[in-house]
Design a protein around this ligand. Structure first.
Ligand code: CA
Length: 714
């Protein structure tokens, strides 16, 4: 074993240099299989010589999500079938990308639970439940999801929804070390997958809808000891933190923030909750940074300013966290336009020269190609309908904002809305086609200033009002709005050199799944319609489709064992759009289950069907309350309840539909839940800090009014 390790290391070094040569025709030599204990930077760097494994979140440090496996291709894909499924013990959303090595799949589910499964059969080898405090679920803006583990030197690393980073023994699932990465008195969460670079585990966090200060931290993979931290916003006094970010804040970032403003209370946001990539040759780590808290810059930083490093790609040195460069996609962001979306590194031929680029399709609707050594903007072009800016000035690298793009004076209907033109769903890049496959959607929103804003610690603090954009209660009217606004989904095959789409697949509904590209000239994607599909990577023609029972929204992966290629994806209900309610998304009508679905040629497994629950649409109580009371109830509902219980009190099926719940039937029961936290252990905490008894009773009146409007005729 030791001799093999040395040989692998030597070949890995050769592989790294070979990989960087553009246009090398000869495929690098295949390497011996490895075990979980042998995964390190050289192994991840040499991923193309072990196409049978999936060692890092985006498969490689470049995060291309391209599998060199080609056994499954257009000529035989009709034989692709389900070979095994495994239910994960959750009723909440699935966003996990599996890691696969040595015949074992490591996958996470909601509430940060980790599973090891036999990658051939799905047999459960072990399960690790970090037993998070479920009351913290209310801090998760976008469901209590988890996007996966990282692996390094025999250990797995998982970030938990309550802000811990835990190292597990990959063989047994036993904890090795654990560290709390956040101030747990603040509404931080972790949903993102860690990455490991040069023996350091990198992890960010979320919480910028509520009010936190973003940062990314590096921990020693063996001991859990903190190596460095880089903050993405200044502290309230703009003083040094003793962190890697101090120098650049003193030099250029502090001055981009007003000395006053709500950011000083909220922490300013800028959470790094998803994207990372690494270039071993340049030795640069890339981090995507999120939106501000509050979203509304008028409140956050009243005199204006770019507010660095919100909505930016940050380039850092992985050993120290030292700043290298940044590119801010949305200066002075005010729309929840995160730049946490997937970052892909590739070498492209642009104007006759090979350029080492970093590419991103952030929420704001523009596709960016940056020189990843310097941060220079090479191009920035709309990949979806955009109304807040007319283009990117390539001379300055700044967007050209349209008149009234900001909603300081009056509400604005804007494309895209806070869910972006592209969200967390991973994209993919095929070096064979040169295309980036973007799981995009068209989801506008009406932004409105919240003139009565006051900071509410631990609750939503966007500084915007959802009321002017509230969807109608009547379903037909609601669906007409969805149609009029062209709320829909698109898979965009973007040519980053031509700066235009090569082809587009249109979906009737938004929020479709992450993407995998393969050397079999295929692109795999799950739909919100619970279908899992393959497209011809060159043309976009649909070449295969299978029922997935549930929406398979996560990033699919591919691996090979015993000469057979597998395609795997996780599926379930939940994640943010279904929380927001009914956007015409086809309901599955089934009990929700988190699932792992694995396909191979000749697979004949089937998904066990569940009986649909019969749903009786009967309100739990009579209507009451004056028009003013119901209007107040709606206002309080949209400020506090809508993000989980849905537009117009219509649940998307993840969280209890309050129209048909029992608690609104009685003042006492409702107050027990809403003000006294009866269901805190299930994530429904007390809202007594932000709601009076009269507010709660007004919300109950509004819920019952909506229930009676939608009740089945008796
Ligand atoms: Ca956000």
């Amino acid at each position: 074993m030791r001799i093999q390790s040395v040989a692998v290391a030597a070949l890995g070094a050769i592989a790294l240099s070979a990989c960087t040569e553009q246009g090398a025709d000869t495929a690098p030599p295949a390497l011996e299989p490895i075990t979980a204990a042998q995964v390190d930077g050289e192994a991840i760097g040499a991923a193309d010589q072990r196409p049978g494994v999936w060692l890092s979140h985006g498969r490689t440090y470049s995060e291309q999500r391209f599998s060199p496996l080609e056994q499954v291709n257009a000529s035989n894909i009709s034989q692709l079938g389900l070979t095994w499924t495994e239910e994960l013990d959750t009723m909440r959303g699935m966003e996990s990308t599996p890691i696969v090595v040595d015949g074992v799949m490591y996958v996470t589910s909601a509430w940060s639970v980790v599973y090891a499964l036999d990658a051939r059969t799905g047999e459960r080898l072990w399960k690790f439940d970090p037993e998070v405090n479920k009351a913290r679920g209310v801090y998760a803006c976008c469901d209590v999801v988890n996007r996966g583990v990282a692996i390094w030197n025999g250990k797995l690393f998982v970030g938990t929804i309550d802000g811990r980073l835990i190292a597990l023994d990959a063989a047994s699932g036993a904890p090795v070390w654990e560290t709390v990465t956040v101030d747990q008195s603040r509404p931080y969460t972790i949903t993102g997958a860690p990455r490991v670079v040069k023996g350091k585990v990198l992890i960010g966090n979320g919480g910028a809808e509520l009010g936190v200060r973003g940062y990314v931290t590096a921990y020693d993979a063996e001991t859990g000891e903190q190596a460095w931290r880089f903050f993405t916003t200044p502290n309230a006094d703009k003083q040094p933190d003793g962190a890697a970010s101090d120098a650049v804040f003193a030099e250029l970032a502090n001055e981009t923030w007003d000395d006053e403003g709500a950011w000083r209370d909220t922490g300013g946001g800028g959470t790094a909750w998803d994207a990372m990539a690494y270039d071993p040759e340049l030795d640069i780590l890339y981090i995507g940074v999120g939106n501000g808290t509050p979203w509304n810059r008028r409140l956050r930083s009243p005199s204006g300013g770019d507010n660095l490093f919100l909505s930016s790609i940050l380039a850092l040195k992985p050993d120290t966290g030292e700043y290298v460069w940044h590119y801010q996609t949305t200066p002075g962001e005010t729309w929840d336009y995160t730049a946490t979306q997937h970052i892909i590194l590739a070498d492209l031929e642009i104007d006759g020269a090979t350029r080492k680029v970093a590419m991103q399709a952030p929420k704001n609707g523009f596709f960016y190609v940056l020189d990843r050594a310097t941060g220079e903007l090479l191009s920035g072009d709309m990949y979806q309908p955009v109304t807040w800016a007319s283009g990117i000035d390539t001379a300055t690298g700044r967007p050209i904002e349209t008149t009234n793009a900001r909603y300081d004076a009056e509400p604005q209907l804007t494309y895209p809305g806070p869910l972006g033109s592209h969200n967390w769903h991973p994209m993919a890049f095929s070096p064979d086609t040169g295309l980036v496959y973007i799981p995009a959607h068209t989801l506008p929103a009406i932004y409105a200033d919240d003139e009565t804003f006051t900071y509410r610690p631990g609750f939503w603090n966007t500084g915007t009002s959802s009321l002017p954009g509230a969807l109608p209660g009547d379903r037909d009217e609601r669906m007409q709005v969805v149609k009029d606004l062209n709320i829909s989904g698109q898979l965009v095959a973007w040519d980053p050199v031509a700066k235009a789409p090569r082809w587009t697949v249109d979906y009737p509904s938004p929020w479709n799944g992450g993407v995998l590209a393969t050397a079999g000239n295929l692109v795999f994607q799950g739909g919100i319609d619970a279908k899992f599909r393959a497209y011809n990577a060159e043309t976009g023609d649909t070449v295969w489709e299978s029922s997935a029972m549930y929406p398979a929204l996560s990033g699919p992966v591919s691996y090979e064992l015993d000469g057979e290629q597998y395609i795997a994806v996780t599926a379930g209900w939940g994640t943010v759009l279904p929380l927001l309610g009914d956007f015409g998304i086809p309901a599955t009508g089934l009990q929700e289950r988190g699932m792992v679905l694995v396909f191979k040629l000749g697979g004949t497994a089937e998904i066990e069907e569940y009986e649909a629950f019969p749903m009786e649409n009967v309100p739990a109580g009579d209507q009451f309350g004056s028009e003013q009371v119901i209007a107040r109830g709606k206002e309080v509902y949209y400020a506090n309840c809508m993000v989980c219980h849905g537009e117009a009190v219509v649940s998307g099926g993840v969280i209890q539909d309050l129209r048909w719940a029992q608690a609104p039937g009685s003042k006492e029961d409702f107050a027990e839940v809403v003000l006294n936290g009866r269901y805190e252990s299930a994530g429904m905490v007390s809202f007594a800090d932000v709601m009076t008894e009269d507010d709660a009773e007004a919300v109950r009146a509004y819920i019952l009014q909506r229930a009676h409007e939608d009740a089945d005729p008796q």
